[in-house]
Design a protein around this ligand. Structure first.
Ligand code: AMX
Length: 409
C-alpha cells in the first residue's frame, strides 16, 4: 500500500509513504532543530560544537552554562552562575514529606518522576528559563534525598552553601560508612558521569517527549515528568542497569581470574545463541562512543583492579572484532553504558536500580536547555508550534467510503 502525501503540508518531507515506512519509530525523519548537542555517526558526541571527550573534565557548572548559553562563562560569569545554582538548590521541606509517604516498593525512577512533579507544584512559575535554572539547581538535592529516604540512611542532608555542583551531590548523599577517600573517588566519577550524560542530540526518546509535552505549553516540570517517564524504559535509560547486570553475569560465567581467551569464547557463544551483548552498539554512532573511553579512563584512575572494571576493559578489547563477524550489527563498539554501572558500583553506589535515576539527574540539564530553546528562542522567540504529526488511518478507523490513507485531523 503506497500513497503520495498529497495534502497541503508545511512538512519539508514530501515522499512516498507506505504502512511499513510509517511504523519505524520516526528513524531518519527530520523533526526539529537542536542547538545544544549533536551526535555524529563517524565522529561522536558534541556539546555546542565541543567534543565531549575534550570537555569531560571541566566543572559541570561550566558545561551546564555552555548548554544553556551556547558559550563558555568568563570567570565572573562562572562565579555568578555557580552561586545561582547554590542559592536555587534549597528545597522546601514539605517536598521531603511527600517523598517520605511513597511506597518503598516503587522503583527509584517512579520516585524521581514523583519528585519532579512535586517540585513543579511549589516552584512552577510559567517562566521556562527560570524553571530550567531552578530544576537544574534542585535536582541533585532531591535525588540525594531519594537515596537517603529509600535506603533508610536518614533525613535528607541540606545543600552546602560552598560546595560545587557534584561535590554537593556526594555530600548530600552522605553514604553511611563511606571514607573520605571513597567519597573523593565517587565525586571524581560523578563529575565526569554528570557531564557526559547531560545531552545527546534532539531526537532521543526522553528529550523528544519532553519537548513534545512542552509544545502544548505545559510548564518545564510537567514536560520533564513526561521526559523522565520515557527515560525509565528498558530500551532507553534503564539500559545502564542492564549493562551492569550483564558484566556481573560475564564475571560469574568465566570466574574472577578470566583471560582474554575466556572472554572471547564467551562472547562468541552469546552471539551464536543470538543473545544481546549489552554495552555494545548504538542507534546512531558508527565509531566507539567517546563517553565509553572517557569513563574507562576514569576507571583506570579510581578502580583499576576492580573485577567488574577489568571485565569492562577486556570486553572493550576483544568485543569489536567478534561483533564485527555479525553483519547485522551496525555498530560493534562499546557504548556509554558499557562502563558506567561498573564504576558506580566500585564507588559505593551498589544498587543498579538507581542508575537510571543518576542518568536522569544529569539528562535533566540537556532536556531543560532544549525546551528553553524551543519555547523561548525558536521562530524569533515565538516558540515552535504544538506538536501534531500526521497519522494515516486504517480502513477500520476511516468513515465508510473514504480513502484508506486520509489526512490528519
Ligand atoms: N548484541 C547483539 N545484537 C545486537 C547488538 C548487540 N550489542 N547490537 C545490535 N544487535 C542486533 C540488533 O538486535 C538487530 O537485530 P535484529 O535485526 O534481529 O532486530 C541488528 O543487530 C541490527 O541492529 P543495529 O542497527 O545495529 O542497532 P539498533 O539501532 O537497532 O539498536 C542498540 C541499537 C543500542 C539498541 C543495540 O545496539 C543494542 O541492543 N545494544 C545492546 C544493548 C545496549 O548496550 N544498550 C545500551 C544503549 C546505550 C545507548 O544507546 N545510549
Amino acid at each position: 500500500m503506497t500513497a503520495p502525501m498529497k495534502e497541503n503540508t508545511k512538512s519539508p518531507v514530501l515522499m512516498e509513504i507506505s504502512k511499513d515506512s510509517l511504523e519505524t519509530g520516526l528513524r531518519g525523519v527530520p523533526v526539529g532543530y537542536c542547538t545544544t548537542s549533536a551526535v555524529e555517526a563517524d565522529k561522536g558526541l558534541f556539546y555546542v560544537g565541543e567534543a565531549v571527550e575534550g570537555i569531560a573534565d571541566r566543572d559541570p557548572e561550566d558545561v551546564i552554562y555552555l548548554l544553556l548559553n551556547k558559550s563558555w562563562p568568563n570567570p565572573a560569569q562562572k562565579a555568578e552562575f555557580a552561586q545561582k545554582l547554590r542559592v536555587h538548590a534549597q528545597i522546601d521541606a514539605s517536598l521531603f514529606s511527600t517523598l517520605k509517604a511513597l511506597p518503598r516498593s516503587g522503583h527509584p525512577m517512579k520516585w524521581f518522576i514523583h519528585a519532579i512533579n512535586a517540585l513543579g507544584m511549589v516552584y512552577g512559575c510559567r517562566d521556562y528559563r527560570r524553571e530550567a535554572l531552578d530544576l537544574i539547581a534542585k535536582i541533585p538535592a532531591i535525588t540525594a534525598a531519594i537515596f537517603r529516604l529509600r535506603e533508610g540512611w536518614g533525613d535528607p542532608i541540606l545543600p552546602s552553601p560552598t560546595l560545587g555542583y557534584m561535590e554537593n551531590f556526594v555530600h548530600m548523599l552522605g553514604i553511611p560508612g563511606q571514607t573520605e577517600a571513597q567519597s573523593a573517588k565517587l565525586t571524581r566519577l560523578m563529575r565526569v558521569f554528570d557531564v557526559v550524560h547531560f545531552d545527546h542530540g534532539g531526537g532521543n526518546l526522553s528529550t523528544f517527549v519532553g519537548k513534545a509535552v512542552a509544545s502544548g505549553k505545559a510548564d518545564l516540570y510537567e514536560s520533564m515528568v513526561g521526559a523522565m517517564c520515557g527515560l525509565a524504559g528498558p530500551l532507553h535509560g534503564r539500559a545502564n542497569q542492564e549493562c551492569l547486570e550483564f558484566i556481573q553475569e560475564c564475571v560469574a560465567k568465566v570466574s574472577a581470574n578470566f583471560t582474554a581467551v575466556d572472554v572471547a569464547a564467551m562472547l562468541k557463544t552469546k552471539l551464536d545463541n543470538k543473545e544481546v551483548v549489552y554495552g555494545f552498539g548504538h542507534a546512531v554512532l558508527r565509531v566507539e562512543d567517546p563517553r565509553a573511553r572517557v569513563l574507562r579512563n576514569v576507571g583506570e584512575e579510581i578502580c583499576p583492579s576492580d573485577t567488574n572494571f577489568r571485565m569492562v576493559k577486556l570486553l572493550a578489547e576483544v568485543g569489536p572484532p567478534i561483533l564485527k563477524t555479525n553483519p547485522k550489527i551496525s555498530d560493534p563498539y562499546p557504548n556509554v553504558d558499557s562502563a558506567s554501572g561498573s564504576l558506580l558500583m566500585a564507588c559505593g553506589l551498589v544498587k543498579p536500580e538507581y542508575y537510571t535515576v543518576l542518568f536522569g539527574l544529569s539528562r535533566v540539564v540537556g532536556i531543560a536547555a532544549q525546551i528553553v530553546y524551543e519555547r523561548c528562542e525558536a521562530r524569533g522567540g515565538k516558540g515552535t508550534p504544538i506538536i501534531r504529526p500526521k497519522y494515516f488511518y486504517s480502513p477500520e478507523g476511516t468513515a465508510k467510503g473514504d480513502a484508506v490513507i486520509a489526512g490528519s485531523g
